[in-house]
Design a protein around this ligand. Structure first.
Ligand code: IVH
Length: 668
């Protein structure tokens, strides 16, 4: 193709893709299939890769991501991102309105809208093009997540129109639609992986991912609710929302203009029930003064505007009958009691089960079967039992008797001192433990045999083919072909993945064995110290405890595990199969002993180095990296988004907390 022809083709592809995107996202209509759409996009990407000089800044190809960042640059907000005053009480809404009335003499209107439960974002446009997207951060500066935000298809990459200001900013809430959230969790579940706790965490985790193509695959969405700029063509919040919609931003149609406080209360009551029909979680209503001029007159305090307030719904609470308690058996044999409830509607979903954690929790609640219990749902998926409605208790009610035998295999349960859970110790004969251990073995952070998900493990177990991890490696094509729905491709994928897993490093194999208390970090420490399985198997409890960070509990668990004849046999067989039971990873080369005898805990995400890199650097300079904060720790290296528990503990213990820059300065 001649250069002009290529340019024309690129323009035509961009126009077609934008047109179909618009139809799909703004008008909920389609004219072509997903396949045809993908073909257009594919062709565009191919041409842009071949002729990078013809790639446009606002090309829809950016939606597929592809940039991988190690760090997010910190960007100062031109205007601070404020928060909102919150209240749970109608009286305080009345008080808010009284303050407004006192401070402005003209009539005023409110715009009521949903308080979306997502992640706040600021997006900057210059000359009609999206140039930057920044998270809220601490309100004054946030992270530059532009590449990730560009993958969200309802956020325009370019805005055209005669009244579009040269520079403007929009703000809104990024969210993971509930349907996408459920789909992702279903998939994670099938793969036997940890599910996402709630849609908001999922959205904030996704927007901070380093690989934008993964972000693109997660299908985030974004509601825009603020327009800012110096020469805006609008003078009120309502006009701004209408304009934003006209410029193709995704504006939730749920807002409403209210001229009286009664209308505001009607809006609150209406949406208390209706909000469950929305595509995302909302946790309240935001009430804003409509006129920009009046907003300015009312002004703001240091943190919050005086022209807006958020009314938050109390977490929904329902009372229902406790029909019984069932007990689940985890892969380690830990027993988890679950409340079986008379179905009740809670936060828009039907609830039949709630978690009860352990025997102590049941005792604390003083539960009796047939009691009416209160269940509450916070942001989490699984509701919890918060109390008993004693007014409804029958006089002859009997307290729940915790089980003494395993519900799956009937073995006697054991509860060790200082343990919250009861355990079934019939490890080798208890089906849920066997299946759970197999699921753990194949899981992503362990052997990463991703073609075998939870369902497959169950099928293989029930078909009698796999009872231990050894059996996985003797699976045959013939056996696999008897599993329902398994075709040539699936079978070969499984056999290939098993073969490939023989290269998985020792630290992963050790973790995959599912020894109680041996998580990923502990496994890493053990492998670094003992180097191979034979040394580890021969280690005494004392030797194990002498390894930094290996406590008595872990040491006892390891000694118990390895002294078992079956374990010894298992290890011999794993060696024969050819799994990695020797550490072949190269240890960081020693650079200096600057950090000799100093201990560090690293937490959070870092701007200029990967966590593992930082860890290696500390070790290479003589320091030790630990996984938990204790009074003996020298430094806590605090990255962004670090766990609050670690920070709090370090502060309580007076541990020195240092930043990324400080640790890097110690290393030069
Ligand atoms: S307006 C100064 N409108 O709530 C105005 N915020 O507590 C502040 N939020 O950081 C923003 N829905 O992430 C506004 N309809 C809505 C909102 C909303 C959710 C979040 C936003 C903000 C936080 C403030």
């Amino acid at each position: 193709m001649a250069s002009l022809e290529i340019e024309n083709r690129i323009n035509s592809l961009i126009n077609q893709i934008n047109y179909h995107n618009h139809l799909y996202y703004q008008e909920s209509r389609i004219e072509i299939s997903d396949y045809e759409f993908d073909k257009l996009l594919e062709e565009l990407i191919k041409l842009e890769t071949q002729y990078p000089q013809l790639k446009k800044n606002d090309s829809p190809s950016q939606r597929v991501g592809g940039t991988v960042l190690k760090e997010f640059a910190s960007v100062e907000h031109k205007r601070p991102m404020l928060s909102l005053a919150n209240t749970y009480s109608e009286q305080e809404i009345q008080d808010f309105d009284n303050r407004v009335k006192k401070n402005i003499s003209t009539p005023y209107e409110y715009i009521c809208e949903q308080k979306f439960d997502g992640v706040a974002i600021s997006i900057i446009y210059e000359n009609g093009a999206l140039v930057k997207a920044v998270t809220r951060g601490d309100g004054t500066k946030g992270d530059d997540v532009t590449n990730n935000v560009k993958t969200i298809r309802t956020i325009p990459l370019a805005v055209h129109g005669k009244d579009v200001p040269q520079n403007f900013e929009v703000r809104g809430e990024i969210f993971l639609p509930l349907t996408s959230f459920e789909k992702i969790n279903d998939e994670l579940n099938k793969l036997g992986k940890q599910t996402l706790a709630n849609p908001r965490n999922a959205a904030s985790g996704t927007i901070k991912m380093q690989d934008s193509s993964v972000v693109a695959s997660r299908k985030l969405d974004c509601y825009i609710y603020t327009l800012l700029g110096d020469d805006l063509p609008v003078f009120s919040h309502e006009e701004a929302l209408i304009k934003l919609k006209e410029w193709n931003f995704n504006v939730s149609p749920t807002y409403k203009k209210c001229t009286t406080l009664d209308q505001v209360f009607d809006y609150i009551t209406f949406w208390d029930k209706q909000r469950y029909t929305l595509p995302l979680n909302t946790d309240g209503v935001v009430i804003k003064i409509n006129s920009f001029a009046l907003q300015e007159d009312l002004g703001m305090t240091v943190k919050v505007p005086k022209w807006a307030i958020a009314y938050k719904y109390k977490p929904e609470n329902a009372s229902t009958k406790l029909l019984g308690i069932t007990y689940q058996v985890g892969r380690t044999g830990a027993i988890t009691p679950v409340a079986e409830l008379d179905e009740v509607s809670l936060s828009g979903t039907k609830v039949r089960r709630a978690s009860l954690h352990n025997a102590d929790e049941i005792a604390r609640l003083g539960l009796c079967i047939d009691d009416y219990v209160f269940v509450e749902k916070g942001g989490e998926i699984i509701p919890k039992v918060t109390g008993v409605d004693l007014s409804k208790r029958k006089s002859d009610a009997h307290p729940v008797q915790y089980i003494s035998n395993c519900p799956a295999c009937d073995a006697a349960l054991v509860r060790q001192q200082n343990e919250a859970n009861h355990y079934c110790i019939n490890e080798k004969g208890c089906p849920p433990q066997i299946i759970g251990k197999l699921e753990h073995f194949v899981s992503r952070d362990a052997m990463n045999i991703d073609s075998i998900g939870s369902k497959t493990v169950e099928n293989l177990y029930h078909a009698g083919y796999v009872k231990s991890i050894i059996d996985l490696y003797s699976l045959t094509y013939k056996q696999l072909s008897t599993i329902d729905g398994f075709k040539d491709k699936t079978i070969n994928n499984i056999l290939d993945a098993l073969e490939k897993s023989k290269q998985v490093p020792f630290k992963k194999v050790l973790y995959a064995l599912g020894i109680r208390y041996v998580g990923e970090t502990v496994s890493e420490k053990l492998v670094a110290h003992f180097n191979n399985i034979d040394n580890l198997m021969q280690a005494s409890q004392d030797e194990l405890v002498s390894v930094p960070e290996i406590g008595e509990k872990i040491a006892i668990s390891l000694v118990e595990f390895f002294k078992n004849e079956e374990t010894k046999n298992l290890i011999i067989q794993l060696k024969q199969i050819g799994l990695q039971l020797i550490n072949n990873e190269i240890a960081p080369v020693a650079e200096s002993d600057k950090l000799k005898e100093k201990t560090f805990v690293i937490s959070g995400v870092f701007r200029t180095v990967e966590r593992d890199e930082l860890k290696d650097k500390i070790i290479a300079n003589g320091g030790k990296v630990l996984s938990s904060v204790s009074s003996k720790l020298d430094y806590l290296v605090a990255g962004e988004n670090m766990g609050p528990a670690k920070l709090e503990k370090a502060q309580q213990l007076g541990i020195q907390i240092i930043s990324e820059d400080e640790i890097l300065a110690m290393l030069v």
